[in-house]
Design a protein around this ligand. Structure first.
Ligand code: FES
Ligand code: FE2
Length: 381
């Protein structure tokens, strides 16, 4: 029997919060951001179950290209095999359990840095020095545990959940909505990892609303964004989104003349997609940038930050230079968001803090809270 009340149980508090109609909705309860129990529920019910973005496919284009990440407490490696197939597997040695690969790079095999057990790119053990005298040791029985890995619209998606719905099906409504952007062809020009001192959801929520743009980003993009040009439709089960229409002054945010896929207002539409749980994409007809978020404890977030150009602009001699300017601008925008989201985390840790009501421009935040409530409350059922 569950006798917890919303006051002492962050999951119950979130479920009560998410049950309010949008017209009277409030920001999420503080404990959702600070409670170690809630964090564990997120790791178990969300990050160990859902699809997580490890980066872009073109970052792992050739056989032997790899990246590493921690997913819900598990070190994972994603590696392009000799057969061209991308695989994700446990990045932990099957001998005495050292981690194997570090960071990103290209390799011809996976050599453990402890005693040099050596694995093929598909995870099978290829060699192990001085093991012939152990009668039970059978090299062929060793293979690094594999996890789900799928490429979709240029994204590398991984999941610890063997029963996860295939990515293309899970996010089918995303592809339907933005298919004409042909995001699979967008070329990544930078990718970085950062750690900020805020809860991952504070940053996710910051991305989901453009209500803060005129103020938090007054020194950068604030002037380009008018509250009346923002549209925040209700979200869908696996994602939420909102749009901003850009005016003619921002060349890279408009469709290239060679782009005949996008029609009408789509040619100047920036769409901000929040693919649950934590892939946040700003997609414009000319360029894109994204954040993939993972908690580092309750008070820190690990951020994969990348972006690049749409293929139409890759041959445009001006575009590289313009994108360089955009990257500088995006970095300044990230610094502003870092300031705002770290202030929110510091603020919500106060016992005097109280979550207030949401604007109609925070509809995606409301949908996100409902998604979280369903996932964390549903997992024990
Ligand atoms: S722990 Fe990897 S070879 Fe010993
Ligand atoms: Fe922002």
């Amino acid at each position: 029997m569950n006798i917890a009340t919303p006051q002492d149980d962050p999951i119950a508090a979130l479920v009560a919060n998410a049950a309010l109609p949008f017209e009277t909705a409030r920001a999420m309860p503080k404990s959702v951001y600070t409670s170690p129990d809630f964090l564990q529920a997120e790791l178990d019910g969300i990050f160990a179950k859902e699809w997580f973005c490890a980066g872009r496919s073109d970052g792992l284009a050739s056989p032997g290209d790899y990246l590493t990440l921690d997913l819900a407490g598990r070190p994972i490696a994603v590696i392009r095999g000799r057969d061209g197939k991308l695989r994700a597997m446990s990045n932990v040695c099957l001998h005495r359990m050292s981690t194997l690969l570090e960071g990103t790079g290209t390799t011809t095999s996976i050599v453990c840095p402890y005693h040099a057990w050596t694995y093929d790119l598909d995870g099978r053990l290829r060699g192990a020095p001085a093991m012939a005298q152990n009668m039970a040791f059978d090299r062929a029985a060793y293979c690094l545990p594999q996890i789900r890995c799928e490429e979709w619209l240029g994204w590398v998606m991984v999941s610890l959940n063997p029963d996860a719905t295939p990515v293309a099906e899970h996010y089918a409504q995303v592809s339907e909505m933005i298919g004409d952007f042909a995001m699979e062809g967008y070329v990544q020009l930078f990718q970085e990892t950062h750690i900020w001192d805020t809860n991952w959801k504070v940053l996710a929520e910051n991305f989901m609303e453009s209500y803060h743009l005129p103020v938090c980003h007054a020194a950068t993009v604030g002037g380009l964004s008018k509250l009346e040009d923002m549209d925040c439709p209700p979200g869908l089960p696996s994602f939420n989104y909102h749009y901003i229409l850009k005016d003619e002054g921002f060349k890279l945010a408009l469709a290239h003349p060679a782009n005949i896929r996008l029609k009408g207002d789509w040619r100047r539409t920036t769409i901000l997609l929040a693919l649950y749980p934590s892939l946040l994409i700003t997609l414009t007809p000319g360029y894109f940038w994204y954040l993939s978020l993972h908690p580092e404890g309750a008070a820190q977030v690990r951020i994969l930050y990348g972006g690049g150009l749409s293929p139409d602009f890759m041959d445009d001699p001006e575009a590289r230079g313009l994108f360089g300017e955009i990257k500088e601008l995006l970095d300044r925008v990230q610094d502003e968001d870092k300031g705002c989201t770290e202030k929110v985390y510091r603020g919500l840790c106060s016992d005097l803090a109280q979550p207030g009501h949401l604007s109609h421009l925070e509809r995606p935040n409301y949908d996100f809270a409902r998604y979280l409530a369903e996932k964390v409350a549903g997992q024990g059922a």
